[in-house]
Design a protein around this ligand. Structure first.
Ligand SMILES: Cc1ncc(COP(=O)(O)O)c(C=O)c1O
Length: 392
């Protein structure tokens, strides 16, 4: 081990710790992507508490569940994402969305050992990190014309011109891209055509179903996309929409071109799971399965999810108008149209450090902010602090 040098610090986790350690009462943490209330808390959802109470009373064993984890959970996530698992699908309970990314990426590499990962710019550092850990080369494709705004399909397709058959195309479900902008229904259709034309393996990362418009609305484009193409990998996180962050609850769903290929990929992926964490944790998945299979708990969960969505959309409206007022720049009104927890501010990396030092405002160097970290009663003040640093 003498030959090892320390790993570079994870910038996002470093930012989270720095914000926590800052004792200034007016600090604003717009860094790591977790939902927060106006008071800055990330509470346990009521439906989760009730499901846990029931599980505590009824659970009769802690015996192993096997590499696929909880079948009721897998079916319930299959229902939420695809309208139901078919005979071409195999599903795994995973330790969070990141566990699904890690195993799914390994399965993709097994199917196509020379595959490269085509990743949007911007994306999340962990996509690149997981690919690097597995020895998969990353190629970035442009997503937006400048650092903000909606996805530009001409640029995306140009960026995919060098993609070869078997390469992995990473796409992101509703609210997942750090810009807070998603592909439109038409753009998803165009992407399906491109995937077919080039023989790519689409890999769709989803973690925010329900944060943009509603559960069904947010899942519709990915569902229609998967119906159009023969094979794909889908990763799902329950960290955000069920608030289960530390329980590490996610799913990996693999869609094979036929039943025979499904059996092969299911057993190969089970072997990958067995060779890493062996079997997934059960508690979070049991909570989700309990909620989704009980009408009353599901209604309560959807209500709270709706409240989270409503708070985010309300904050977006207030923040966008405060920024437009403070900067006289109408282009920032786009923040009200964007969806989910993230938007990207037009700011230089070095200025994010100045804001951190002088005003206690925390965001990564990319200017990607967590809308849930905003405080409704301080939007004007924050916009005024940011105004002179925003690049126009
Ligand atoms: C790229 C990416 N996708 C999905 C997730 C979902 O999170 P989790 O693993 O907590 O379910 C994360 C969180 O770090 C992530 O970085």
């Amino acid at each position: 081990m003498d030959s090892l040098n320390p790993a570079p610090a994870d910038p996002l986790l470093g930012l989270m710790l720095a914000a926590r350690a800052d004792e200034r009462p007016g600090k604003t943490d717009l860094g790591v992507g977790i939902y927060k209330t106006e008071a800055g808390d990330t509470p346990v959802l009521r439906a989760v508490k009730e499901a846990e109470r029931r599980l505590l009373e009824t659970e009769t064993t802690k015996a192993y569940e096997g590499p696929h984890g909880n079948p009721l959970f897998c079916e319930a996530i299959g229902e939420l994402t695809l309208g139901g698992l078919g005979d071409r699908h195999t599903a795994f309970t995973t330790p969070g969305g990141c566990g699904a990314l890690f195993i799914g990426m390994q399965a993709a590499k097994l199917a196509s050992p020379d595959a490269r990962l085509f990743l949007s710019d911007p994306s999340w550092p962990n996509h690149e990190g997981i690919a690097a850990a597995l020895g998969i080369e990353t190629v970035f494709y442009p997503y937006v014309g400048d650092r903000t705004g909606a996805p530009d399909m001409d640029l995306v397709l140009k960026g995919l011109e060098g993609a070869r058959a078997g390469d992995i195309l990473l796409l992101q479900g509703a609210c997942h891209n750090p810009t807070g902008t998603d592909f439109s229904a038409e753009q998803w259709v165009r992407l399906a055509e491109e995937v077919e034309k080039r023989g790519l393996l689409p890999f769709v990362d989803t973690a925010y179903q329900g944060f943009a418009r509603g559960l069904e609305e947010d899942g519709a484009n990915v569902k229609a996309f998967l119906e159009r193409i023969p094979e794909a990998i889908l990763t799902y996180s329950c960290s955000k929409n069920f608030g289960l962050y530390r329980e590490r609850t996610g799913a990996l769903i693999i869609q094979a071109p036929g039943a025979k290929a499904k059996d092969a990929v299911a057993t190969q992926t089970a072997a990958l799971v067995r060779a890493s964490y062996s079997m997934p944790p059960s508690h979070g998945a049991a909570i989700v399965a309990t909620i989704l299979n009980d009408a009353e708990l599901r209604r309560s969960w959807e209500e709270e999810l709706g409240q989270m969505r409503g708070r985010l959309n309300g904050l977006r409206e207030g923040f966008a108008s405060a920024l437009v007022r403070a900067t006289n720049d109408d282009s920032l009104s786009r923040i009200a149209e964007e969806k989910g927890m993230f938007s990207q501010l037009p700011i230089e990396a070095e200025d994010t450090l100045v804001l951190q030092r002088e005003k206690g405002i925390y965001m990564p160097g990319s200017g990607r902010v967590n809308i849930a970290g905003l405080k409704e009663d301080r939007l004007g003040e924050l916009a005024a602090d940011l105004a002179s640093y925003l690049v126009r």
